[in-house]
Structures are given as structure tokens and as C-alpha cells.
Design a protein around this ligand. Structure first.
Ligand SMILES: Nc1ncnc2c1ncn2[C@@H]1O[C@H](COP(=O)(O)OP(=O)(O)OP(=O)(O)O)[C@@H](O)[C@H]1O
Length: 237
């Protein structure tokens, strides 16, 4: 089975340790969540495994052939419509020629409810799209590109509850087809409800949890938020 694993990594920015002997793994066909306070290192970790911190030997072992990464900030050329942005994404991110119809067919199989809103964005100028609209447009488009590993840095940030629901439906559909998904979020409820398992960045390591119940029990409390606060407090630099 294809997998990505990182074993006992150590990583620091000047005067700021981020990871100390931290380990994590992601297997094909699963959704793995990543929780952590602001500034704990989620984006840094994604950049590491995608080779964006390529001046360092980071010990990432991956057998995935076609990873895709949704970064936290998305910038689109002002003059383009979203249909052009779609072509730009597919040209840059896929070796196959993926048509709009192809993407729609794939997304429809996972979540038919989204198709009308997804298509409605295509003729809109990218400058007129809201932050949330761009975010789910990019997330859904990347999922439709037949990657074997999809890394998503807060795909549901700024997205309305209806579309968050559909995004998770699509992530679940993609995982059922064998795609590995590594996703960060500040929404603990959605991570514990939809991920097969998740990690919490705490004390410069990835603490693994199989479920929200285990997370709550580990931090000896009775709510996900309180468990997060306790984990975050112990990780404060
Ligand atoms: N190039 C850099 N040089 C020095 N410090 C950096 C650099 N990039 C990030 N940092 C610091 O490293 C820490 C981790 O940042 P990172 O963006 O990975 O956190 P995050 O968990 O993704 O945060 P958020 O939840 O707010 O998105 C932060 O304190 C940040 O200021």
C-alpha cells in the first residue's frame, strides 16, 4: 500500500523549535487530520513534505507518485475567470488533460449537490470570488485531478457550513477510491467526525488519536475544545 511516513524529524527556525523527534504517517485510502494551535507548524510540515523547504534533509519517505497541495494562501491572476483558473490548475497539476466535464463527473459521483454551485463559479472573474468560494473551488478541483495524495491546508477555512459538508463528502468519496488525504483544520468537530484518525501538534511532536473520544479522554476533560486547549497549553513555546 502506498504511504508517506516521517520518522523522528527535528526541525527549527532560528530560535524557534518546531518539531523534535516527531513522527507521522498517512496511508492510501485514508483521511488523516492535523490539528494544532496557530503557529504550531502545520504549514511548515506541509511545506516540508512537499519539498518547499528543500535546502534541508528532512527524511520524508513517500511512495506516492502524484501528490497535490492546497496551500493556505491562494492568489489568482486578476484578469482570469475561474474557468481559466481551472485550466491553469489542471495544466500545472496534472499530466492528463482533465476537461471540465471530467471534473464534474468525478465530483458528481461524490456529492451531486455541489455541481450547480461549482459550475456557477466558472464564468465569474476570480477577483469577484469571495475567499470562501475560491477556497472550495480550488479544493474540489484538486480532488478531481486523480492525485494519489492530497494535502489540504485548512480547506474549510472561510467556507460556509453547507459547502463544508459537501467538501467532507468529496474527501470521503476520494478516500474510498484510494486517495490519501492529509488535512489541517481548526475545526476539531469536523476533524473528529470525518477523519479516520488525526494528529495534534503538541510539545513539538505529532500526538496520534484514533477518535475524538480518545482525544477527550487523553486530556481528561469532557469536550473537544477543552482537550484542544489543554494540548495547546502544553505546547506553548
Ligand atoms: N521562514 C520562517 N522563518 C522563521 N520563522 C518562521 C518561518 N515560517 C514560519 N515561521 C514561524 O514558525 C511557526 C510555525 O508557522 P506555521 O505557519 O507552520 O504554523 P501553522 O500551524 O500553520 O499556523 P496557523 O494555524 O496560524 O496557520 C510560526 O511561529 C511562524 O511564525
Amino acid at each position: 500500500m502506498k504511504s508517506l511516513s516521517v520518522n523522528n524529524i527535528c526541525f527549527s527556525y532560528p530560535n524557534r523549535p518546531i518539531f523534535v523527534n516527531a513522527s507521522i504517517s498517512v496511508e492510501a485510502g485514508s483521511i488523516v487530520g492535523l490539528l494544532g494551535p496557530n503557529g504550531s507548524g502545520k504549514t511548515t510540515f506541509f511545506d516540508m513534505i512537499c519539498g518547499l523547504l528543500n535546502d534541508r534533509n528532512l527524511g520524508v519517505n513517500s511512495t506516492f507518485k502524484h501528490p497535490l497541495y492546497l496551500t493556505q494562501s491562494l492568489t489568482t491572476p486578476h484578469t482570469l475567470r475561474m474557468s481559466d483558473v481551472f485550466k491553469l490548475i489542471t495544466t500545472l497539476c496534472s499530466s492528463k488533460n482533465i476537461s471540465q466535464q471530467c471534473a464534474i463527473d468525478k465530483l458528481r459521483a461524490w456529492s451531486p449537490e455541489i455541481i450547480d454551485r461549482y459550475k456557477a463559479l466558472w464564468n465569474k472573474k476570480s477577483t469577484l470570488c469571495s475567499y470562501g468560494e475560491k477556497r472550495w473551488f480550488f479544493t474540489l478541483t484538486l480532488l478531481a485531478l486523480s492525485a494519489d495524495l492530497v494535502i489540504l491546508d485548512e480547506p474549510s477555512a472561510g467556507v460556509d457550513p453547507e459547502f463544508r459538508h459537501y467538501i467532507w463528502k468529496c474527501l470521503t468519496g476520494a478516500a474510498r477510491e484510494g486517495v490519501a488525504i492529509l488535512v489541517s483544520s481548526h475545526n476539531i468537530e469536523e476533524v473528529s467526525a470525518h477523519c479516520d484518525r488525526f494528529y495534534m501538534i503538541s510539545e513539538c511532536t505529532f500526538k496520534p488519536f484514533q477518535s475524538g473520544a480518545e482525544f477527550i479522554s487523553h486530556y481528561e476533560t469532557d469536550s473537544l475544545d477543552e482537550a484542544f486547549i489543554r494540548a495547546a497549553t502544553t505546547s506553548a513555546p
